[in-house]
Design a binder for this molecule. Structure first.
Ligand code: C2E
Ligand code: CA
Ligand code: CA
Ligand code: CA
Length: 275
């Protein structure tokens, strides 16, 4: 029994080792991937709920490591935030999205996720402007999706930066609304154009009248504040029907298109330019 106990301790220690190692390993590999430009952006359509018209895309970062395989952003974005790598990563994402926008031409819009940590930095506005200018992209082609994943130390400073970007025509969306990550108090403190309702609100929509009332109320809240609404995670025709009946505005989800490499959307974008 004594021996077993010791093995237990040893096993426990090795588990901690693995966790710490994996966090650090992820960080080291991510830094390398950034230096080697080994990340990609995939794009997911944002669609008019009424007409099905394409309104733009959300850019979602993708990373496939030779040893770790495909790593989910839900795993490596928190590592990037804790290590500070989110700053160069965010700048890479912005630059790459603007490069793609320039390739696609005017009339296309892309939403980019930015972490609160980036927005509070004093060089944030200059970084966004640099990416736009470098590729000759208009501010109105860009939207930023904001999540308070980490406490915004200086919400006033963040709000000031966001106002400056809004003056350039950049639109601002509060991401993950309806989760602990986005609150009504943030809604009041930041200059916003759009509220993005989180997927977790949508999953039970078709079998829960309660969930329907919540979503309907949040759409009403947004309308009262003169904000556009976008609903993420729409997977079924049943969900879309309900959301259309609520006049939700814009939808995004597997039903209307999965995140995919930019070439996937080239034909769709040509039809966009034709009309
Ligand atoms: P998010 O901003 O809430 O993005 C939506 C997530 O839901 C994406 O996961 C997307 O692939 C997934 N999704 C879209 N439609 C559906 C659907 O119909 N059903 C289901 N089950 N899932 C759907 P992904 O790409 O794994 O990204 C996870 C999170 O990582 C994002 O959540 C975002 O917070 C963060 N992230 C992704 N790219 C970036 C980035 O470039 N910068 C930053 N700071 N964060 C990013
Ligand atoms: Ca998002
Ligand atoms: Ca998010
Ligand atoms: Ca979300």
């Amino acid at each position: 029994a004594k021996r077993e106990g010791r093995n237990g301790v040893r096993f426990f220690n090795s588990m901690l080792d693995v966790a710490a190692h994996s966090q650090m390993f992820t960080e080291v590999r991510l830094r390398r991937a950034l230096q080697r430009q080994a990340l990609q952006l995939h794009y997911q359509p944002q669609v008019d709920a009424e007409t099905g018209a394409l309104l733009g895309f959300e850019a979602l970062v993708r990373w496939t490591d030779e040893e770790l395989g495909a790593v989910s952003p839900t795993r490596f974005i928190p590592v990037a935030e804790e290590s500070g790598l989110i700053v160069p990563l965010g700048q890479w994402v912005l630059n790459e999205a603007c490069r793609q926008l320039a390739e696609w031409g005017p009339g296309v819009r892309v939403a980019v996720n930015v972490s609160a940590l980036e927005v509070a930095r004093d060089d944030f506005v200059a970084g966004v402007e640099r990416a736009l200018q470098r590729h000759g992209v208009g501010g109105e082609q860009l939207k930023l999706e904001l999540t308070e994943r980490l406490a915004v130390r200086d919400l006033h400073r963040a709000a000031r930066h966001l106002s400056q970007l809004r003056d350039l025509g950049v639109r601002l969306s509060l991401d993950d609304f309806g989760t602990g990550q986005s609150s009504v108090s943030t809604l009041l403190k930041l200059p916003l154009d759009e509220l993005k309702l989180d997927r977790s609100l949508i999953t039970s929509l078709t079998d829960s009248p309660q969930a329907q009332r919540v979503v309907e109320s949040l759409i009403g809240l947004a309308r009262g504040l003169r904000l556009n609404v976008i609903v993420e995670g729409v997977e079924t025709a049943g969900q879309l029907d309900l959301l259309r009946a609520m006049r939700c505005g814009v939808v995004q989800g597997y039903l209307t298109g999965r995140p995919a490499p930019p070439d996937t959307w080239a034909d769709l974008i040509r039809t966009l330019r034709a009309d």
